[in-house]
Design a protein around this ligand. Sequence first.
Ligand code: FMN
Length: 188
Amino acid sequence: MARKKSFVAICGSTRTQSSNLSLLKAIATLMRDEIDLKIFTGIATLPHFNPDLEHPTPPEAITQFRGLLRAADAILICTPEYAMGVPGSLKNSIDWTVSSCEFSKKPTALITASSLGYKGHQSLMETLRIIEANVTNHTNLVISYIKTKVSPTGEITDTGTKEQILHVMHALVALTDHPPFQVMNNQY
Ligand SMILES: Cc1cc2nc3c(=O)[nH]c(=O)nc-3n(C[C@H](O)[C@H](O)[C@H](O)COP(=O)(O)O)c2cc1C
């Protein structure tokens, strides 16, 4: 029998009552027959990025974070937008992977779930592009007015949103089945 794929999800919000975290829990449940989704909620525990700290040995929390990403078949990022940009803690976590290349060629999906979300999404897509993440037009999605679409108990209450998320997740699974790097266009 084929091994069940193991994906890691990075939650871009550090709030206890985060809708992005609720969304990730809902996705883990929706996809549980196809993948194991491990949700990483520790971005706020990572030290501030400083290239001087990378050598000779990076901080233990960074070694663990990098190992988690490296071991995953795919990475899903689910994040709000803050002040028209990417939340600082999330960007900090990604900065730690630039020299160690965990995103390079890795099947990746980005869901920005926010009040609006487009500017932060565009900025993070540019970052993912420059670090060579394998993110395509089918594996990125902006969900605006997120608080009207996911309940605090982790239910996706909007049918259209649920369909869009399933589309993204199935496209992400497909990327892991077809490892060659796919070039994305510049939609974002
Ligand atoms: C300081 C701050 C700035 C925000 N800026 C934006 C923004 O620029 N665009 C946006 O869509 N939402 C913005 N929001 C709203 C958040 O996206 C919204 O609260 C979202 O649900 C937070 O995600 P979470 O529920 O996963 O924590 C902001 C919220 C805060 C607290």
